[in-house]
Design a protein. Structure first.
Length: 227
């Protein structure tokens, strides 16, 4: 691939990446100890972090949300609030447990479609073991640039016009690459349009009960339940 730019990290950048990854290790530890699959994804997996980088621990095949909450809370991780988000009527609804600002756990409330699962590989994702080993992986950022780690930092390459090569590099189908290009280009043109559903949970509510309540009035949620 051509037109790539090489970025060399400063000492401050390496230190920031190390601090963020230490936080991610703490967040993933209760899941790893319970043998629950978890991923961290995005800039923390690729290495191109900044001071505002978030840490979202994604659980692809979660146990019951109440079990997740128990595992997280019993290790001393303080959770702030919970919510259900469905980005669009066709996307899987997800539960979010926020541990702090820009620190969260997320998990699907219905079975993921293949391209929804591939999003995490598209962005770049790590298992807790890879996180412990200091692995960095390639992935695409929000500016549609392929970030590929190097010994001194990373290279970044625009992906438009190279979707097939990018898909092969990341081990994903070209459909997810084309879909993300369309989505991010649209966002660039008209800005963020919000999400289809964003429902905070009260302390005495459960993810399951609230999802069922929402599904009674939202046909899109019911359709995803029948997958």
């Amino acid at each position: 691939m051509t037109d790539n730019i090489e970025v060399e990290y400063t000492q401050e950048h390496w230190e920031l990446l190390s601090r963020l990854r230490d936080e991610a290790k703490t967040l993933t530890r209760p899941l790893a100890e319970a043998h629950i699959e978890a991923l961290v994804y995005g800039s923390i997996a690729r290495g191109d972090v900044h001071t505002g980088s978030d840490i979202d621990v994604f659980i692809p095949s979660p146990p019951a949300p109440t079990i997740l909450e128990t595992l997280i809370n019993r290790t001393g991780i303080q959770t702030a609030n919970r919510e259900i988000i469905q980005a669009t009527p066709t996307y899987a609804a997800k539960g979010y447990i926020h541990a702090a600002e820009n620190r969260s756990y997320s998990f699907p409330l219905v079975q993921l479609r293949a391209h929804e699962r591939e999003f995490y590989d598209f962005a770049g994702s790590l298992t807790p073991k890879q996180l412990q080993d200091g692995t960095r992986v390639p992935g695409v950022d929000k500016h549609l640039k392929l970030i590929e780690p190097t010994e001194r930092g990373h290279t970044e390459t625009p992906i438009q016009g190279r979707e097939g090569v990018v898909a092969k590099t990341l081990g994903v189908g070209v459909t997810i690459v084309l879909d993300r290009v369309r989505t991010l280009q649209r966002r660039e043109r008209i800005g963020r349009t919000g999400v289809y559903i964003k429902r905070p949970l009260a302390p005495d509510e459960t993810f399951g009960d609230v999802y069922q309540q929402l599904a009674r009035t939202r046909p899109a949620l019911r359709r995803r339940m029948r997958m």
